[in-house]
Design a protein around this ligand. Structure first.
Ligand SMILES: NC(=O)C1=CN([C@@H]2O[C@H](COP(=O)(O)OP(=O)(O)OC[C@H]3O[C@@H](n4cnc5c(N)ncnc54)[C@H](O)[C@@H]3O)[C@@H](O)[C@H]2O)[C@@H](O)CC1
Ligand SMILES: Nc1ncnc2c1ncn2[C@@H]1O[C@H](COP(=O)(O)OP(=O)(O)O)[C@@H](O)[C@H]1O
Ligand SMILES: [K+]
Length: 667
């Protein structure tokens, strides 16, 4: 289970709120570890790599550093000093009235130029602007400089940010991001990638300035990054949508934080976490002990949803699939899945509502809703007298989707009830529960609203999106939050949610014993379901596009290994950092089902792919590798992962001279 995480896995996939990050830093600072210098070194190395990979010569490139008044600005100035010292042309724009004195002195001594923007600035080697007009002129000058730069290093605010950006940082972020999104439109409508060269690359120091650090919201202007170099541990905004979409590729600088005893506030589902959640049948198992899923999905109006949900369910390791529905969908189910059993009987978990129209819908009311209502009322036990009811005091695990969501009883739900709405369905549910919220409010603050739903219902809430969120019971009073963004955008296709519901039901049924022991495991199983769904879509679409990627771990001792890794990772499926990896091809919902079994096989093979005795991040790193090579049918050894790496090997832009220069940054 997730508790068996290696410490590397935990570091890469667990995010901690700003206050916790500070408490993790404190003992290291007390011991005299030079964290700011380590941060600056990592920023400088990654800046150098970004420029090199974009085909630019870092020593002849123009870098603009946006430096705020806190430690984030300090990191940036020391990084700027390192880059200036090896010949880059670095201008630092001071975005607040003061900057860390020593960092600024070091920067100027290394040959950097400092430009003060604030009228009350007290900045070494730079006069404050003397009039409001001069302030405006300098802001314009800074924006122009940044727009024309090869690389902008955003060190305005880090985890010390409170609320939306204000003042000069707000102006810079809004002007620069507007400029960049304008350019992007041009690229989309025009030919090829030449127009992209006009946009500077953006490296965010610790976090993109302006994003909600602890809740992943975007409370105001922010500067979206190509690469975010973050320090010590992941912060929630690096995992949670919508902020996570603004972070680009994440590089996590390992300071050696001791996170073993610390509670994360957000966790990303990973391949290795997922592989531990799959139940493998044992000798003494029978089809009944492996779990029976009952599905009340599809309807006269949407018979296809019945087929998709039952087929997906049957592909995910259950003993039996039982379908309940009217004649037309039942016939389709049997035709597509001869092993399905029709009609009521004993089940270990339910899937309710996919492809069933909700009450307000213009579609004719369907009979499935009364079946669902009865099951929900009976907490999942089949309520008809004389049926082979599987009586239990406790409610059965169930997936409540689409047209079943508005039938939920107002109370009495527990973590084994997994709701699977998209933003529109969640808005309708929350409105029924008395909240004044729209689908776009939910898209803007998904974790807030998924958490609210958990508070109001007690259920586990899986909110679908490019990054899917799962919120449910945690260890104490606080909820546990999991994210999965492993899928390509091709996954957003009709019926894809029906596939997810079926596979979620299979995981709940096959792990019903585990859930009986600890219902809180439902949240991990739900997140694992979303991961498998996304992974199958990767395999089906041959795509390297991902809504979210695990961070690249930066360890100062790694040297050239890190260069290799960054070159490979930043080219794979990147929508930024110059080049774009293979996007694959469109898929439809049944294609996802066709890859579900293989996806699970690859996950189950994972523990055998690296030496379990070591703490190597191989399993976690491997996530993308084996998905990147879906044509390779040899899944039994690490060979396929290795060959996929070789085939993705980017052309190197690093000349021998550049390698010498980067070594001087490193050591
Ligand atoms: N604490 C440590 O030991 C380490 C911290 N590091 C860096 O330190 C950062 C945290 O430093 P600080 O606590 O100084 O905080 P920050 O530097 O993140 O932010 C404080 C600055 O942002 C400004 N600010 C805050 N909210 C604002 C808003 N809404 N609009 C405009 N400006 C705003 C403040 O006026 C101040 O100038 C981390 O993110 C990381 O980059 C690294 O150096 C590694 C070690
Ligand atoms: N932009 C996206 N990138 C990747 N996955 C997405 C994106 N948008 C939606 N998804 C995923 O696609 C699926 C769509 O489900 P849903 O909206 O229920 O579709 P349907 O009702 O047609 O089955 C969900 O699993 C969701 O997480
Ligand atoms: K920043």
């Amino acid at each position: 289970m997730v508790d068996q995480d290696s410490s590397t896995d935990r570091l890469m996939n667990s995010a901690y709120e700003a206050g916790i990050i500070r408490s993790l830093e404190a003992p290291l600072l007390d011991e005299g570890q030079p964290l700011m210098q380590e941060a600056a070194q990592a920023v400088a190395v990654n800046a150098w790599l970004m420029l090199s990979q974009a085909g630019l010569d870092p020593q002849n490139s123009r870098i603009v550093l946006l430096a705020g008044g806190g430690n984030n600005g300090g990191d940036g100035l020391y990084a700027g000093a390192r880059l200036a010292a090896i010949g880059a042309d670095v201008t630092a724009v001071a975005t607040s009235s003061d900057v860390l004195d020593e960092a600024a002195q070091t920067f100027v001594q290394a040959g950097g130029i400092l430009l003060a923007l604030s009228s009350d600035a007290d900045i070494p080697s730079s006069d404050a602007p003397s009039s409001p007009q001069e302030v405006a002129e300098r802001i314009d000058e800074a924006v122009e400089l940044a727009q024309a730069a090869d690389l902008v290093i955003d060190a305005m605010t880090g985890i010390g940010l409170t609320g939306a950006l204000r003042g000069i940082p707000e102006t810079l972020a809004s002007q620069l991001s507007a400029h960049m999104s304008g350019e992007t439109e041009e690229v989309n409508t025009g030919e090829g990638s030449t127009a992209q060269a006009h946009n500077p690359l953006i490296l965010a120091v610790d976090i993109p300035s302006g994003v909600g650090v602890d809740d992943g919201s975007l409370p105001g202007p922010y500067l979206p990054a190509d690469v975010t170099v973050t320090f010590g541990a992941m912060k929630p905004c690096l995992l949670l949508p919508p902020a996570a979409y603004a972070c680009g590729h994440i590089v996590l600088v390992d300071f050696g934080f001791d996170v073993d005893e610390v509670q994360a506030s957000v966790e990303a589902m990973s391949a290795s976490r997922c592989s531990h959640l799959l139940r493998v049948p044992e000798r003494e198992d029978s089809k009944y002990t492996r779990g029976v899923v009952g599905l009340v999905t599809g309807s006269e109006n949407f018979p296809g949803a019945a087929v998709l949900s039952t087929r997906a369910c049957a592909s995910c390791g259950v003993g039996m699939v039982r379908y309940l529905g009217p004649e037309r969908p039942s016939e389709h189910v049997l035709a597509a899945l001869p092993e399905a059993v029709l009609g009521p009987g004993r089940v270990e978990a339910w899937v309710l509502g996919s492809g069933v129209a909700a009450a307000g819908s213009s579609k004719q009311q369907d009979s499935q809703r009364s079946t669902i209502a009865q099951i929900l009322e009976a907490h999942g036990s089949w309520p008809h007298q004389g049926s082979q009811a599987h009586e239990t005091e406790d409610s059965l695990p169930m997936v409540v989707d689409a047209g079943a969501l508005d039938l939920l009883p107002a109370e009495g739900l527990g973590p084994k009830v997994v709701l699977t709405p998209h933003a529109g369905e969640l808005a309708a549910l929350l409105q029924d529960l008395g909240e004044d919220v729209t689908a776009s409010d939910i898209a803007a603050e998904p974790v807030r609203w998924a958490t609210r739903t958990w508070e109001l219902t007690g259920a586990t809430v899986l909110l679908k999106g490019a990054i899917t969120l799962v919120v449910g019971d945690g260890q104490g009073q606080d909820p546990a939050v999991y994210t999965t963004g492993f899928g390509p955008a091709w996954l957003s296709t009709a019926g894809s949610g029906d596939v997810l519901a079926g596979l979620e039901g299979a995981l709940l049924a096959s792990q019903s014993t585990l859930l009986a022991d600890d219902p809180r495991k439902a949240i991990q199983l739900a997140a694992a379901g979303a991961y498998i769904h996304a992974y199958a879509a990767n395999l089906a679409s041959h795509s390297q596009d991902r809504a979210w990627r695990q961070p690249l771990l930066f360890n100062p001792d790694q040297g050239k290994d890190f260069i290799e890794e960054a070159n490979r990772a930043w080219q794979a499926g990147s929508r930024s950092v110059e080049s774009m990896g293979p996007l694959g091809h469109p898929i439809h919902a049944a294609d996802i089902i066709d890859q579900l079994e293989r996806a699970q096989g690859l996950l189950l093979a994972l523990p055998f792919q690296s030496d379990p005795a070591t703490d190597e991040p191989a399993s976690a790193d491997g996530d993308d590798d084996w998905a990147a090579e879906p044509d390779e049918d040899n899944m039994s050894s690490t060979e396929s992962a290795d060959s996929s790496q070789a085939s993705n090997e980017p052309t190197h832009h690093l000349s021998p001279a550049a390698l010498v220069a980067i070594e001087s940054l490193w050591f």
